[in-house]
Design a protein around this ligand. Structure first.
Ligand code: TXA
Ligand code: MG
Length: 315
């Protein structure tokens, strides 16, 4: 039985107590719901991998309450410091050298010498990390390979009975996962996400190495081609639906379901995972979904990345 906890003091107290006992609690962030566990407790971290059915070579993001907490876990160099000052709290994850005395379970980093750290902006996430009083390992709270959750109902649809509780904070406002950056040997995009490349480059004053422009870039392990997969087949850059397809539109005059009738990328990102689930439900397991073209700039880059993975051949 998975409890649905209310977004108030009693819900937060219960969630923090469960986490301290080594249990798993899903919680809202501004991007997607995370599946939280004590990042210092190997049993809790192992339980995260087990609940998601996630391969244990795919490391987890550690969520902290403030920059000082990040400094206790990782070496925060001048570049990282500048990005953190500009964008934390917010949808940015930084991959940094792990401190030997960080005290994290080695399972969190899957044995890598680096750790991915994020300081979320969502009020409930921040209150939960503070009430828990330590670093929280939290991947997205979905079964591995499935569509990420942006509502408590999505979490329960995949993980009910497999985790202790979900803290219900309503829909996640950003709707796509955090942007992941590596700083060394040079600033590189590992995953497009809720913070745009354009905004990051303004602060860096230089271009980011992008996945599609640099074949030698360091990659985020576990960025498997097939991911975020609905049961139905997906056809991208569709101008119009073919007979029998559920159409997921974008912009004026769009079809059955629309990511954003006004063509707004932030609105589309916030709606993306919920509407993929809706389209999947309408299409049925043997059906098909057609998705309108999305401009590949700003948040469109993250949306197109998720759509491409959702459409990739299943492995
Ligand atoms: O918005 C988000 O980032 C959400 C919320 C819950 O915070 N979390 C999330 O976690 O998307 P997850 O586990 O679904 O994705 C984490 C990604 C994986 O692709 C993983 O390979 C990468 O981060 N990652 C983790 N540690 C890494 C490291 N040391 N080096 C490179 N990539 C790393
Ligand atoms: Mg995920």
């Amino acid at each position: 039985m998975t409890d649905r906890l209310s977004p108030d003091e009693s819900g937060l107290d219960r969630a923090a107590a469960l986490l301290r006992s080594g249990a798993l609690v899903a919680f809202p962030t501004e991007t997607v719901y995370g599946l939280g566990g004590d990042a210092r407790n190997s049993e809790a971290v192992a339980a995260i991998y087990a609940a998601k059915g996630r391969p244990s070579f795919n490391p987890l993001i550690v969520h902290v309450a403030d920059l000082d907490a990040a400094r206790r876990l990782a070496l925060v160099g001048p570049g990282a410091e500048r990005l953190a000052q500009a964008f934390w709290p917010g949808p940015l994850t930084l991959v940094l050298p792990l401190r030997p005395d960080a005290g994290l379970s080695p399972l969190v980093t899957a044995g890598l010498p680096t750790v991915a750290i994020r300081l979320p902006a969502h009020t409930l996430a921040r209150q939960l990390i503070a009430a828990f009083g330590g670093p929280l390992a939290a991947p997205s709270a979905n079964l591995s390979g499935k569509v990420s959750p942006t509502r408590a109902d999505h979490v329960l649809a995949g993980l009910s009975g497999r985790i202790a509780a979900v803290l219900d904070g309503g829909p996640c406002p950003v709707g796509v996962e955090s942007t992941i950056l590596a700083l060394s040997p040079r600033p590189s995009l590992l995953r497009a996400g809720g913070l745009t490349v354009e905004d990051i480059e303004v602060v860096l004053g230089t271009a980011l190495a992008l996945p599609d422009s640099d074949p030698d870039r360091p990659t985020a392990p576990g960025q498997l081609a097939s991911h975020y997969a609905p049961a139905a087949r997906l056809r991208l850059n569709a101008v119009a639906p073919e007979p029998g397809e559920v159409f997921l539109g974008f912009g004026p005059g769009s079809g059955d379901l629309s990511l954003s009738p006004s063509g707004d990328l932030a609105e589309a990102a916030a709606a993306l995972f919920h509407l993929l689930r809706e389209a999947d439900r309408i299409a049925g397991p043997t059906g098909a979904i057609a998705v309108a073209p999305i401009p590949d700039r700003g948040l469109g880059r993250a949306i197109n990345d998720r759509l491409a993975r959702a459409a990739a051949p299943r492995v």
